[in-house]
Ligand binder design. Sequence first.
Ligand code: FEO
Length: 386
Amino acid sequence: MKDIKVTDSILYVGADDKTLDLFESQYIIPNGISYNAYVILDEKIAVMDTVDARKTEEWMKNLDEVLGDKAPDYLVVSHMEPDHAANIKLLMDKYPQMKVVGNAKTFAMIPQFFDVDLTDRTVVVKEGDTLGLGKHTLQFFMAPMVHWPEVMVTYEQSEKVLFSADGFGKFGALDAEEDWTCEARRYYFNIVGKYGAQVQALLKKAATLDIQIICPLHGPILKEDLGYYIGKYDIWSKYEPEDEGVFIAYASIHGNTAKAAKELAEMLKEKGAKRVAIADLSRDDMAEAVEDAFRHDKLIVASSTYDGGLFPCMEDFLAHLKAKNFQKRKVGIMENGSWAPQAARHMKAAFEAMKEIEICDTVVTIKSTMTEENRKTMEELAEQFV
Ligand code: FEO
């Protein structure tokens, strides 16, 4: 087991998963993912969530090591998504005296996943309720839609530890040597991004607590500089850009739209753009493209026309942005089409259906390959994005 102590009496019993191909069957995780779970040792023992079924054995072994011959009194269920809740029944069966702590929505969901008798096995908590373990006292705060409706976070009052469910989580196994912000941002916008208002509501509750340690369900335990992480969550959940700069997302069939997008990137750099990022939507990670769209304050989309509409990867990208509540950004449009360019019209319509998007009037229309006239329009477009 990873020798991770949150504190002397709060221990990590989770597991890294480095062989999963796609998290939630859609996100690449080059450095794996951790399914975090914890145990609080006191007069009463609380197990804080379980793990994904892929790691049952390792989690059980970790749990046995920590518990010795003792039995847990409570299993606190923060979130019913199977990457954390897969082993509820297993633990209930193993420890028949153990009670499950959740809210009304948790207990509505458990029977959907498990054929289990909950009679006399539940502790139903509501906003602000407490549960004493001895020296430790757990206090529960509802966090609906961060990231499912039944989600709740738990604040342990004596050691000032927040068990934050998916909040403050990131992709990457615990031993991955990588920057927190990059993979936490990709995780946030793709998994929780739609629910900015609910994250704001949770941050307001968190602001009333003295939090010294954050224990998320994925990624590292956060013990220092908590203001940095909370500040990032505040920006992200308000849909405010984190960086001044331009993100160019292109969808190109034979390379001509790609060439134009790359030339536009150079023009932006020459004109002094603070940051320029670019993605090939056919080949680059879609989740990272979504992340980059939210990260920057300006976005330029460039797409080939395809079957009278958009090249599919651009359509997919715009659908992702819409689903994640993309808003409050300036957008520029470039299209390509060899006989009847239609992409700009479709992209414009997609952005018009999003909130507070300023669409630049200068639209670049390429017919197959860039002309000098196109380059002039691209210079004009670039001028408006620095
Ligand atoms: Fe990590 Fe929403 O589950």
